[in-house]
Design a binder for this molecule. Sequence first.
Ligand code: UDP
Length: 332
Amino acid sequence: MTHFLITGGMGFIGSHLTEALLARGHYVTVVDDVSTGRFENIAHLTHHPLFRFAIESIMNETVMDRLVSECDVVVHLAAAVGVQLIVERPTHTIETNVLGTHAVLRMANRYRKRTLIASTSEVYGKGSRLPFREEDDVVLGPTTKSRWAYACSKMLDEFLALAYWREQNLPTVIFRLFNTVGPRQTGRYGMVVPRFVGQALRGEPLTVYGDGTQSRAFCDVADVVRAIIGLAEHPDAVGQVFNIGNTREITIRDLAALVKRVLDSPSDIVFVPYEEAYGPGFEDMKRRVPDISKIRALLGWEPEIPLETTIERIAHYMRKLEGQVALQGAGS
Ligand code: UDP
């Protein structure tokens, strides 16, 4: 049994990772300041004998000192995420991502704990050679466009984690997540799949930004969690960067049509100019697909869940949530 400390464990990915680790018989401690995470995501686990949590910021040194000293492996997922949030609150993004990761790595180094750092496909910036490989060169937009603050803050996290490995021998692993999707992800911060599913279920128009020819490859969170656990367990992952994502590319326009079809929704599809969606000067990434040969070679990992199934899983979760809200409303 390994004791995992998951920062951001009440978030979308963190809560799925927590469940999967508990199911494998590991001990899990979650620390989360519930800024974008929700206690409800882990509420069903609070009586599990191998689970405990703290609602606290990773910047709280006293708490983090104790939690890190007591665990075997740290998975650092706590971050400011979602393009919309980043554009709206760049100061918060930069501070959370850079200072937060620094605090976690420093603490992990104090107790020599193996640490996995979550990064993002955003670090590939404007790269046009697809699929994206871990060693690719990077071109970002100018500092006057706040979107790039996210990529830049995560790149600094990566540099720092690799520096801790090279200079201090702290075992660190970096994984870059590509458009992870699944139940519990909220559309509040701009993520396209939960937004489309919610819109389709409510019979509202699906809002495609731009002309919808931009594309992404969406990976189910259950597949992602399997990859993270594999990296946490494999001794040769240390000191390396890995892409985690799906390789099935789909345009946002086709995604809207697919969501409509899978959910048999009568919703219209509308096209919203980028300016209207994100404000002036926003730069979107045209395409984004990972090369996953590195993680495949190490772990034999492949995504298994088709996007159609993920859409159904999200819709199922949303309907259940709606039902709970309706029941609570009826009871009050
Ligand atoms: N998008 C969209 N409609 C929405 C939300 C997002 O067309 O309601 C687009 C967005 O402009 C981007 C793609 O969907 O091209 C993926 O957006 P998301 O925020 O999910 O992820 P990211 O931009 O980080 O890949």
